[in-house]
Design a protein around this ligand. Structure first.
Ligand SMILES: Nc1ncnc2c1ncn2[C@@H]1O[C@H](COP(=O)(O)OP(=O)(O)OP(=O)(O)O)[C@@H](O)[C@H]1O
Ligand SMILES: [Mg+2]
Length: 427
């Protein structure tokens, strides 16, 4: 490549980016310049965190579905409360409870500990770091935000309830030294739905802030604010509306609607076309495919087989909700002979992992003749998942379904013929 070629490429990229005045507006790590709505939730958070007396609640459970603005708003409120010191820890990558303690220590600027040093020692280190931080900043209140807090409950080998207990006791020990601490746990479900001992439940109380999913109007308002900040020219409102509608079909997820607009604009820009709905449709397919590929390549063959089983049952039986036992049976039926099937318990764990990637939703309630248990629903078209796992296998699944439909059609024809013959005989 010569310098001239590089200049041409630079020119091309600049052309492609000409839509964008400020692409950083789409950066999900960076807090948005304007938070649309969410006054009610901000007020509730302030009521819990803005401690004017010598008292603060020990634990606040912030909950709601994906993309409802939980992380964004909590960060925004904490950033703007000048009397508190806070630390925001995302537990997503913690595989164990000890890993969570290390993530907290890392955010507090401390070196990681070895698990052999024990959780109690880690807690003492956390307490010391908090105190020295409060002293340095000449503050009295510490807010420990634990985002994706539900991760701790997937560490089945340890005791998640005991970890919460230790954190709350840590807060109580700080209080004896005249400091105040509040833990803010952010998760998709309210903390009381997770398995906690009674002694922990009674200590953490029930301070909760619920984030309902965005309505289409709210999603539209978020997009309109963002579009003004991000693009050089105004975007047609009906395109923003289209993103808001498409992205809120399952539930109003701000991240999804924002991604649709960003990727749609990137596609239009690189084709040098005016942004229209067809680009948003392409963006939707691309985002779904990218997501599926990303999830499948990062996980094991068993993970893919479980995804394949859900896709199979959804597609062949035209169903939404599938029970864990049905998925397990299908998994055992499609597993290649070169692999040993995992136990039911392990597959239940993988189903939770799949749900955490956003490929499925789950519900745990009575499911009629299938009894009680967790059921899963795909959030992506089954064809997309099947093809991503194995194109040839999915082709066979499609053939099987067509064959079954034909057979069902023939059976129906035969029934009708028999009925007609009967009627003729009765004449
Ligand atoms: N009210 C809002 N105004 C402006 N932007 C918002 C608003 N709510 C969410 N966003 C944007 O939507 C994206 C997703 O929001 P956020 O990460 O806070 O969701 P979340 O509820 O924490 O989701 P998850 O449960 O998946 O972690 C972010 O890019 C954020 O900037
Ligand atoms: Mg979040």
């Amino acid at each position: 490549m010569k310098k001239k070629d590089l200049d041409d490429l630079i020119n091309e990229v600049e052309q492609e980016n000409r839509f964008f005045k400020n692409k950083a507006a789409f950066d999900s790590v960076r807090p948005p310049e304007h938070i649309v709505g969410r006054r009610e939730q901000a007020k509730q958070l302030l009521q819990f965190l803005h401690a004017s007396q010598n008292i603060i609640v020990p634990f606040v459970s912030v909950y709601g579905r994906s993309g409802s603005g939980k992380s964004t708003l909590v960060k925004f409120v904490c950033d703007n409360l000048t009397n508190i010191s806070y630390c925001f820890v995302n537990l997503r990558n913690a595989k164990t409870i000890f890993g969570c303690a290390n993530l907290i220590l890392a955010e507090l600027g401390k070196a990681n500990l070895k698990s052999a040093q024990g959780l109690n020692f880690a807690m003492t280190q956390i307490a010391e770091s908090i105190i020295s931080r409060l002293n340095e900043q000449k503050k009295k209140i510490f807010v420990l935000v634990l985002d994706e807090f539900d991760m701790i409950f997937y560490d089945e080998r340890n005791n998640p309830s005991d970890f919460v207990y230790k954190l709350v006791v840590l807060g109580e020990s700080l209080k004896k030294k005249n400091y105040l601490m509040c833990i803010v746990g952010i998760s998709n479900n309210v903390i009381s739905e997770y398995a906690l001992d009674d002694r922990v439940k009674s200590r953490i109380g029930n301070s909760e802030v619920f984030f309902p999913s965005y309505t289409q109007d709210e999603a539209f308002a978020i997009l309109r604010t963002l579009a003004r900040e991000a693009f050089t020219k105004p975007v047609d409102e009906d395109i923003l509306q289209y993103c808001a509608t498409l992205g809120s079909q399952e539930h109003g997820d701000a991240r999804r609607v924002i991604d649709l607009l960003r990727v749609g604009a990137e596609i239009a820009s690189s084709n040098r076309e005016k942004l229209d709905k067809s680009h948003i449709d392409l963006a939707s397919t691309r985002l779904q495919n990218d997501r599926i590929q990303d999830v499948l390549t990062k996980n094991s063959a068993h993970f893919s087989l479980v995804c394949g089983s859900i896709a199979y049952l959804t597609f062949v039986q035209n169903r939404d909700w599938i029970s864990t036992s049905e998925i397990y049976d299908k998994y055992k039926a499609i597993i290649p002979s070169s692999l040993n099937p995992l136990t039911y318990r392990r597959i239940s764990g993988i189903l939770i992992d799949i749900k955490n990637t956003g490929l499925t939703h789950s519900k745990t309630r009575s499911s009629g003749r299938n009894g009680y248990g967790t059921q899963y629903k795909l959030l992506f078209p089954p064809e997309m998942i099947g093809v991503a796992i194995d194109k040839k296998w999915w082709q066979k699944v499609e053939e099987l379904k067509n064959q079954e439909n034909e057979d069902a059609g023939l059976n129906k024809d035969a029934k009708q013929l028999r009925k007609l013959l009967g009627e003729i005989r009765n004449l």
